[in-house]
Design a protein around this ligand. Structure first.
Ligand SMILES: C[S@@+](CC[C@H](N)C(=O)[O-])C[C@H]1O[C@@H](n2cnc3c(N)ncnc32)[C@H](O)[C@@H]1O
Length: 343
């Protein structure tokens, strides 16, 4: 395998072993624009019909607000238009967006013209409803093309300010190497709205999901909702009218404390317990000691921010959060805390 090809695969997160047979049959690759030769673009309208039936039910909750939909690894746009068909039928307000690494596929998605392979699972009445015939091909009707946008892009380099209610990432990560899967999932968590959901392909599961998402069963589908690091208790009791930012144990903290038994005073676990029990002042004292030993631990700065937020020391919390973000901008939970602070 040429060095260039290996570098190209690495750039797009692809594990060479997963595509070995395909790669062996490829003679030459001269540029990124020829990526299609490597990346598998198999897709068709309403792929996994059951998932789409469930989604139609799920979408009904958006009757009173606009929905932002994103398909990552959208191939020629089949998934994006399938979404538009349903959204139009339900009379929803929406924007639908698709990103794929392949320039050629994105060009086709923008044209919205398909051959038999993409429409093979549609019924005759669906074909007539959604498409117009152009020679031996089918073109998506204009009604369904008004609110779509397609872009070429590498999802490993994804950087967007927009937020989405539904992100589909189906049959894309199956060719990725583990580290790239984690990077992509972290990025996805960053652009998913607080109450948004990630939808993977049928049967897809990655251990890395657990770091960022929680499974949410809806009908026969599994959606992945964003894990909340903190959680504002909205209960208004006579005892406490203030909201509390709670802590969720992080995997890093657990692993860093494997050796520690009985919550030793200078451990992350000890700090976590103090915060969980509402002993924020004590937690801050322990945190200051931890920071003396390790001033560049982003988790400790994050916990400091949480304790300070709960004590309503908002300026201090802002400062701690800035440090945590500086040390690890990839942790989306920090951005969530930042959002809370701004409110
Ligand atoms: C098998 S298709 C899946 C299409 C669609 N999501 C579906 O389930 O029907 C995978 C798509 O992901 C795209 N892809 C693979 N790696 C990518 C990357 N790093 N960035 C963007 N797109 C990528 C490929 O070009 C291909 O079109």
């Amino acid at each position: 395998m040429t060095k260039y090809l290996l570098e190209l695969l690495k750039k797009y997160g692809i594990d060479p072993n997963s595509l070995k047979r395909k790669i062996e049959n490829i003679k030459n690759i001269y540029s990124d624009s020829e990526l299609d030769k490597i990346l598998i673009g198999e897709s068709y309208f309403f792929r996994d019909r059951e998932m789409w039936l469930a989604l139609k039910e799920y979408l009904k909750r958006f009757r009173n607000r606009k929905i932002d939909f994103l398909s990552l690894g959208c191939s020629k746009g089949e998934e994006v238009y399938s979404f538009c068909f349903i959204a139009e039928e339900l009379g929803l307000e929406y924007n639908a967006y698709g990103i794929d690494a392949s320039i050629e596929r994105i060009k086709q998605a923008r044209e919205g013209i398909y051959d038999f392979w993409s429409i093979r699972k549609l019924t005759i009445s669906e074909l007539e409803k959604y498409f117009v015939r152009v020679n031996d091909k089918w073109k998506v009707k204009d009604t369904y093309r008004k609110k779509v946008a397609f872009e070429t892009g590498n999802i490993l380099e994804l950087s967007m300010d927009d937020k989405f209610d539904i992100i589909m990432l189906r049959k894309v990560l199956i060719y990725f190497e583990p580290l790239s899967i984690e990077m992509v999932l972290n990025k996805v968590a960053n652009i998913l709205r607080k109450d948004g959901v990630l939808i993977l392909g049928k049967g897809e599961y990655y251990q890395q999901l657990e770091s960022f998402f929680e499974p949410l069963k809806f009908k026969n589908s599994i959606y992945w909702s964003k894990k909340r690091f903190s959680d504002i208790s909205k209960k208004r009791s006579t005892h406490s009218k203030s909201s509390t930012i709670k802590i969720k144990r992080t995997k890093v903290a657990d692993s860093e404390n494997k050796k520690v038994k009985n919550f030793q005073p200078l451990s992350l676990e000890f700090v976590e317990n103090l915060i969980e029990n509402g002993k924020y002042e004590e937690a801050l004292k322990a945190i200051d000691k931890l920071l003396e030993d390790n001033p560049i631990s982003y988790i400790v700065w994050k916990y400091k921010a949480i304790a300070e937020m709960n004590l309503k020391k908002l300026d201090e919390a802002k400062n701690s959060l800035e440090k945590a973000v500086f040390l690890n901008p990839e942790d989306y939970e920090l951005w969530y805390l930042d959002e809370l602070l701004r409110k």
